[in-house]
Design a protein around this ligand. Structure first.
Ligand code: ZN
Length: 450
């Protein structure tokens, strides 16, 4: 006997498109897909809606400006309400990982409402020595390198250091992957010094000039070159510029690196001219409307493979917008609006294929990060993480109604069309019509296959 059947929806399949089938769920897994399923305790009617895999946001940060456990609890509820059922968590800092990953996993298991996998940023030789043990012990198969750091938070690392890391990842094999923040440190340092000397009280538009797109484009070339030489798989995080995306398109076409591109929902849907002003301060910076256009083209032509958030939660008190362009903190909370904002901007406003957006938000990150077919697809045997998406459900964003503990949103006051009505996580209804109906801790840490 099935636990639950979803009826009357258009069920997304990455190869076949939308199918008029029913989905039967048993013990947290998808047990049956077909017609006229029967014998379930519970039936969900998805009439007029899309039935799709839970969104995988491969790129979030937690615990940067607040307690890790607090953010793990609150921000994953925001994620769920936006259709995100799995998150890839980037951990950083200069401390040993072996001593802390076990504790982080305990917090995830106790507090998270979504499933979570982890990427470790490698800054020190000691951390590089720990990669193998973290891979073996915790099933962590993705490691991040910063070609440009974040002033006062963490440093950049050299090409030589990155090459050593890439070689280790190549040895781990095709399940492992390097994630790289691609900006050239020296180009952005010079731009930052110039802009901050001339215009220390600048706007978000001036902030954009501190991270010129040439720095991103140049670093993408270098990272791809190093990966081609080392023979590892490469994932370029948060591509923010048309120039960067265009360069990656040429590399994918003409060169030998096994490379995947990510952009974020913010780089696709907002820019430096947004009404939010310095609340939108970020690294790399939000840029021009022409960059939004270029990145949507890159989604359409498959230069961009994967869509994430780079979520960094904080309150306005921590953001310190009033301290101006230089003093304000970088980052914004964006988990709950991530997927709806891309449906609104991509599908409704720009006519981008809904299949493309769903594929890059679900099955692609699952494949890239070794979670497929457990995650990212509605198929027999997969985890029953499912979103019932109403393309025509419109909501005006008000940060106080979002589940994040943060008190601002880049979409404040905006109408966004295309929201989840119901989200199932592990076969159970976790979010339904505006309410989270699971307790913290229903999510798990995902150890990946080696
Ligand atoms: Zn990030």
């Amino acid at each position: 006997m099935l636990d639950l059947i979803i009826r009357n929806g258009k069920v997304f399949n990455p190869e076949k498109g939308f199918l008029d089938v029913e989905v039967g769920i048993k013990d947290g897994k998808i047990a049956e897909i077909g017609k006229n399923l029967s014998g379930a305790a519970e039936v969900l009617d998805a009439s007029g809606n899309i039935v799709m895999p839970g969104v995988i946001d491969p790129h979030i940060h937690l615990g940067i400006f607040n307690d890790f456990a607090v953010e793990c609890e609150h921000e994953t509820r925001a994620a769920l309400a936006g259709g995100v059922t799995t998150c890839g968590l980037f951990m950083g800092g200069d401390q040993s990982y072996l001593g802390q990953v076990g504790g982080l996993i305990d917090v995830i298991e106790a507090k998270s409402s979504v499933d979570m996998f982890m990427h470790l940023a490698i800054f020190t030789p000691d951390q590089m020595d720990e990669m193998e043990a973290c891979y073996q012990e915790f099933g962590i198969t993705s490691f991040k390198f910063y070609m440009a750091g974040v002033k006062g938070v963490f440093p950049n690392v050299s090409d030589g250091f990155i090459l050593d890391g890439f070689k280790k990842i190549a040895k781990f094999g095709d399940n492992a992957i390097a994630c790289v923040h691609c900006e050239d440190q020296s180009i952005i340092d010079r731009a930052f010094d110039e802009v901050s000397a001339q215009n220390p009280d600048g706007t978000l538009g001036d902030w954009a000039k501190t991270g010129p797109d040439i720095a991103e484009e140049e670093a993408i070339m270098r990272a791809c070159y190093l990966a081609e030489k080392a023979g590892n798989r490469l994932y370029i995080v948060h591509i923010s510029s048309k120039a960067g995306a265009d360069r990656l398109a040429k590399i994918k076409k003409n060169e030998g690196a096994a490379v995947f591109g990510e952009t974020t929902s913010a780089y696709l849907t907002v820019n430096k001219d947004g009404a939010f002003g310095l609340k939108g301060k970020m690294l790399p910076p939000l840029r021009d409307a022409s960059d939004n256009d270029g990145l949507w083209e890159a989604v359409k032509n498959d230069t961009i493979d994967s869509l994430g958030t780079d979520n960094v939660s904080m309150t306005l008190e921590v953001k310190q917008e009033e301290k101006g362009m230089l003093g304000a903190m970088p980052g914004y909370p964006i988990l709950q609006t991530h997927f709806p904002a891309m449906i609104n901007e991509g599908y409704h406003k720009r006519g981008v294929d809904i299949e493309k957006i769903i594929t890059k938000a679900t099955v692609n990150p699952a494949k890239i990060f070794g979670l497929y077919p457990r995650k990212g697809i509605i198929a027999e045997g997969s985890d029953a993480d499912i979103v019932i998406l109403d393309l025509n459900l419109s909501r005006t964003v008000e940060s106080k109604e979002l589940f994040s503990y943060s008190d601002f949103s880049l979409f404040e006051g905006q109408d966004i069309k295309g929201w989840p009505r119901t989200v199932l996580k592990g076969g159970k209804v976790a979010y339904s019509d505006g309410k989270i109906v699971v307790e913290p801790g229903s999510g798990s840490f995902l150890k990946r296959k080696l």
